[in-house]
Design a protein around this ligand. Structure first.
Ligand code: AMP
Length: 288
């Protein structure tokens, strides 16, 4: 695996792969790899000939300076993991390579960026995500890009950006990887002490409670939301939001019929955690 730092080097490498007729997969990350990232890299390795993993702690998507400053930076071990999993390139550019002096362009997916996480973190969070992801798509020009269902709103926002801007890339969404007790893996879990780590399962417990009510055929979203919130409070965690939304528009559903995305966010100790489950009343429900 080669570690590349410049846009020019990545373009040259990818052009060589393309000339050889190889398909290209991109896995955008901010590093501090855990089994969730590993699942994305494995999926890319299986689906594509050439696998590019990007590692860039994108400053423009952080709404809290302390969150950015405290973000784990473990490039050496990340590089070892990516190489072990068969990635061909680790693209780890310095900030000035992505945001040169005078950088002035922002991509905003209006509406979708302003709800849920956009309320808590400001719509600028997804502006930062979309702008850097669009740049990565332009730099790497992948056939397929791999994202985790864990960040469900990010998937919805990027899907819309790809559609609206006719970006020639296919999105491959990887199911959420969880700890044995159901907690979704996240680099922010490392900030939890033992008691907080235990309470953090409240999010998936809330999702399970809501899912049980959806699976029982209740058409009104309110009982599922109430059950989810109650399960979380019983586990000692106050949800910031807990909602049943449309998986494409992120609007709260008025009736449960077909695909529903159940989304939750909560602070547990020093960490703000998110989780979600996609259900489909026309199919067997699955927690991914
Ligand atoms: P990050 O480095 O946190 O920006 O995450 C990089 C990618 O990994 C994003 O597409 C995330 O959605 C995905 N990801 C993070 N945690 C998980 C998880 N537990 N399961 C699956 N994918 C994940």
């Amino acid at each position: 695996m080669r570690t590349l730092r410049t846009i020019a080097d990545v373009r040259e490498h990818v052009a060589g792969a393309r000339r050889a007729g190889r398909s290209v997969g991109l896995v955008p990350t901010m590093g501090a790899f855990h089994a969730g990232h590993e699942a994305l890299i494995r999926a890319a390795r299986e689906a594509c000939d050439e696998v590019v993993v990007s590692l860039f702690v994108n400053p423009t998507q952080f709404n809290e300076a302390a969150d950015l400053d405290g973000y784990p930076r473990t490039e050496a071990s990340d590089a070892a993991i990516a190489a072990e999993l068969g990635a061909d390139v680790l693209f780890a550019p310095p900030v000035a390579e992505i945001y040169p002096d005078g950088f002035a362009t922002t991509i905003r997916v209006a509406g979708l960026s302003a709800v849920l996480e956009g309320v808590a973190r400001g719509p600028e969070h997804f502006d930062g995500v979309c702008t850097v992801v669009c740049k990565l798509f332009n730099i790497v020009a992948p056939d397929v890009a791999f994202f985790g269902q864990k960040d469900a709103q990010q998937v919805v926002v990027i899907r819309r950006m790809v559609r609206d801007l006719d970006l020639p890339v296919r999105l491959h969404i990887v199911p959420t990887v969880r700890e044995p007790d159901g907690l979704a893996l996240s680099s922010r879990n490392a900030r939890l002490n033992a008691a907080e780590r235990e309470r953090a399962t409240a999010l998936c417990q809330g999702l399970d409670a809501a899912q049980a009510i959806i699976a029982a055929g209740e058409p009104d979203p309110a009982p599922a939301e109430a059950a989810g919130r109650a399960a979380m409070r019983a586990a000692g965690v106050e949800p910031e939001y807990f909602a049943l939304v449309d998986p494409d528009t992120l609007e709260r559903v008025e009736r449960i019929d077909g695909r529903v995305l159940v989304v939750v966010a909560a602070r547990v100790g020093p960490a703000r955690l998110i989780d979600n489950v996609l259900t489909d009343t026309r199919q067997v429900a699955t927690r991914v």
